[in-house]
Write a protein that binds this ligand. Structure first.
Ligand code: ADP
Ligand code: ZN
Length: 455
């Protein structure tokens, strides 16, 4: 293994050889709002013309009587049709491909969290642009070429593996493609190679930390500086818990395979919303019922248009992710708009006895309880024709040191707060640490065993 000091020198020489600013597309990163708007209009025209080359969009535009030349500026975006996940599924496998298959160099698929996965294609240019955005994102989060980066994300069809990998290499970090799982080895490699930046899902990062604590080890002893955490919703409370456990800065990372993968929106050092890279994506927030834009700063469904993709441009894609645009300027000076932390997917919304609940609302409360660990599962079932919710949580440490009365009192406190949060009684099962299924990728938070009406 190279000595740390020697590696630093090599990396610094690397920066001199290839200009870092160029590699991360800094000229786009620091554009003024006007320059960004002009660029978006110009790229939107190109993107719509490119999309029209696919069987799917050419048929769609024809049906709507839409001529790509009707789209002149980004304000014309609402003249374009929305695209849904179902449209992608129906045009599977290659109905949205716009280039000769010879030009395709890679494909990925979505994780299939909500059904059949969708397939996405990339030309060389697409892979390069994606790597640039990813490198820019990691750089904005504080990563530098002198860092050692461990990617604890599954490689393969899932975009979190190669997506982060290419970006981290482009930035010039020492990249360790650890992949998902094998927790003992992850910890060993982080320690042995002085890893300073990691990427994982928040639920897996939590699992690694808790496992260390159970084994009498301290996650802080790993000295990780920055963690890029994403691919699933998590609350600000979960972020704080992870930051306390590890002593790192947890940076929210957002992306979806339909828009390349990770690197769509990322937090800067201020950790207050994720900058959407507007030189590559046009973001709108709409009311999912009326499909009209929401008022400034209101929560709605995020709709994204690719501005730079050649193999598979996607116009006004309904992400089903609920968020709001932060309109005021970020202290970092970047003009790219920010997305607030995701509330969840519209599909994640649970309707319990007529009340709408997102798992994140429960997570917020659970994470405030220091006597509890960071894993939880929501069970739903039916009792006497009524929906019942039980939240299974874990104790933070084995061998609870307080009395059984303390434990009872804490549990009833938690139940009271959950009830206040959602408006109905939520049962709580307190379990031993490590008894709930641990996630290596996206956590499955809800088990719905309710009787279906009419079943
Ligand atoms: P799938 O949609 O099948 O899960 P992807 O792997 O493409 O496939 O995942 C993208 C989705 O993951 C997003 O649409 C969003 O719902 C979720 N996601 C990604 N990053 C975040 C994040 N930082 N916060 C909340 N949700 C996220
Ligand atoms: Zn910022």
């Amino acid at each position: 293994m190279l000595d740390y000091a020697l590696r630093r020198v090599l990396n610094i020489q690397g920066i001199i050889m290839i200009d870092l600013q160029e590699r991360i597309g800094a000229r786009y990163e620091w554009m003024s709002a006007d320059e960004l708007a002009d660029l978006q209009s110009q790229l939107l025209r190109r993107s719509v013309a490119q999309a029209a080359k696919s069987p799917y969009y050419s048929a769609k535009f024809k049906k709507l009587g839409l001529d790509p030349a009707d789209i002149q500026s980004r304000d014309d975006i609402t003249k374009l049709p929305l695209t849904t996940k179902e449209d992608l599924r129906l045009s599977y496998p290659t109905g949205m491909l716009t280039v000769d298959p010879e030009l395709v160099i890679r494909m990925h698929t979505s994780s299939g969290t909500t059904g059949k996965p969708t397939a996405i294609f990339y030309t060389q240019e697409d892979v390069n642009n994606w790597a640039e955005l990813m490198a820019r994102s990691l750089h904005a989060a504080g990563a530098r070429p002198t860092d050692v980066f461990q990617n604890m994300s599954g490689y393969g069809l899932f975009t979190g593996g190669l997506g982060l990998h290419y970006g981290a290499e482009r930035l010039g970090m020492w990249v360790i493609p650890a992949g998902a799982g094998n927790t003992a080895r992850q910890i060993m490699v982080i320690r042995d190679f002085h890893v300073t930046v990691v990427h994982a899902t928040p639920s897996y990062a939590m699992h690694v930390a808790e496992r260390m604590v159970q084994e009498g080890d301290d996650p802080r002893s790993l000295n990780i500086k920055i963690a890029a955490l994403g691919a699933e919703p998590y609350t600000e409370e979960m972020r704080h818990k992870l930051q306390d456990l590890y002593g790192f800065k947890a940076m929210n990372s957002y992306g979806l395979s339909e828009m390349n993968g990770p690197g769509v929106a990322f937090e800067c050092e201020y950790q207050d919303g994720m900058h959407v890279w507007e030189d590559s994506y046009l973001a709108e927030v709409i009311n999912p019922e009326t499909l009209k834009p929401v008022g400034a700063g209101e929560i709605g469904e995020l709709v994204l248009t690719t501005l730079r993709r050649t193999a598979m441009p996607i116009i006004r894609y309904r992400t089903r992710d609920l968020t709001r645009l932060i309109v005021d300027e970020c202290p970092c000076g970047r003009k790219h708009a920010r997305l607030a932390r995701m509330v969840g997917r519209s599909d994640d919304m649970l309707i319990i006895r007529g009340v709408n609940v997102f798992p994140s609302q429960l997570e917020e409360v659970i994470m405030r309880h220091e006597w509890l660990g960071g894993n939880y599962v929501i069970h739903l079932n039916t009792k006497e024709s009524l929906d019942q919710m039980t939240v299974k949580v874990e104790l933070a440490k084995t061998g609870f040191d307080g009395s059984i009365e303390t434990l009872r009192a804490r549990r009833s406190d938690l139940m009271k707060q959950l009830r206040e949060q959602v408006g109905f009684t939520v049962n709580v099962d307190v379990m031993e640490p490590g008894s709930l299924p641990a996630s290596e990728g996206k956590a499955k938070r809800v088990i719905d065993e309710r009787e279906k009406v009419g079943a």
